[in-house]
Write a protein that binds this ligand. Structure first.
Ligand code: HBI
Length: 97
C-alpha cells in the first residue's frame, strides 16, 4: 500500500514543534533517544509503545539497553516519513514528557 510522504513544510513544522527529534542524515526517518530512570521504566514505556504500534499498524525501529530507548520512525510503505510517523511523534510527546 503506498502512503504519501510528508511535504518539506509539514516535516519542518513537525521538527520545530518537537525539537527532541532529529532527521536522519538520509532524510528518510526521524530519530529520538529516550532516557528513563531504570530498565523497568524503559520497558514499561516500550510496552505502551508496542500496544500503540500494534493498534496503529505502524511499528518503530528501536533499540534498548538498560534505561535508554532509541526510536527511529519511518514509513516503509511510503519510502520515507509519513503522517503515520508524525502521529506517532505527537503521541509519544504525551507518553514520555
Ligand atoms: N510500520 N513503520 C512502519 N512502516 C510501514 O510501512 C508499516 C508498518 N507496520 C505495518 C505495515 N506497514 C503494514 O501495513 C504492512 O504493510 C506490513
Amino acid at each position: 500500500m503506498s502512503i504519501a510522504r510528508l511535504t518539506d513544510t509539514e516535516l519542518s513544522d513537525l521538527l520545530t514543534r518537537h525539537p527532541d527529534w532529529q532527521l536522519r542524515a538520509d532524510g528518510l526517518a526521524l530519530e529520538r533517544t529516550f532516557k528513563f530512570t531504570d530498565f523497568n521504566e524503559a520497558f514499561g514505556f516500550m510496552t505502551r509503545v508496542a500496544l500503540y504500534a500494534d493498534k496503529a499498524d505502524h511499528h518503530p525501529e528501536w533499540f534498548n539497553v538498560y534505561n535508554r530507548v532509541e526510536i527511529t520512525l519511518t514509513t516503509h510503505d511510503a519510502g520515507g516519513i509519513s503522517g503515520r510517523d508524525a502521529a506517532m511523534v505527537e503521541w509519544l510527546a504525551g507518553v514520555a514528557a
